[in-house]
Write a protein that binds this ligand. Structure first.
Ligand code: ZN
Length: 131
């Protein structure tokens, strides 16, 4: 079996999906996103009050390049303020990105993996990154 290294898997970046409840914790999510956006070169893509794609819960999407992982993820571990966060890479397999390759900060949420394309890229890449 060939070892699948980060290079052979072809990861082009990461998403941090910060889950929130629009009626209760949107303000917390806004504060967390504002802080992470001030500290690191990330893109705060949008607040999705209506759940979309594989995510069954409202979430704010933070996009960043691979070299920011070691900065952004430890910061979120300590500063997510009780919110659950899904961090997943952006490889050539959108299903694995959200299943085998993903990490959770807080409580994992069951995702709708059938909405994703197996064996294909999915999800918005960081600005300036092309497949
Ligand atoms: Zn994503």
């Amino acid at each position: 079996m060939t070892e699948r290294t980060a290079e052979s898997v072809g990861n082009l970046g990461y998403h941090a999906h910060i889950y929130y409840d629009p009626a209760k914790t949107r303000g917390i999510a806004e504060r967390v996103c504002a802080a992470v956006g001030e500290k690191f070169p990330v893109e705060i893509e949008e607040f999705r009050d209506v759940p979309r794609g594989p995510h069954p819960i409202s979430n704010a999407l933070v996009i960043f390049k691979p070299d920011q992982f070691e900065h952004v993820v430890p910061w979120l571990m300590l500063n997510r303020d009780g919110l659950d966060v899904l961090v997943h890479p952006l490889t050539t397999d959108a299903v694995e990105d959200h299943r085998g390759y993903a990490i959770w900060l807080g409580n994992p949420v069951e995702l709708k993996l059938h909405t994703l394309s197996q064996g294909r890229r999915g999800g918005q890449l960081p600005k300036g990154v092309t497949p």
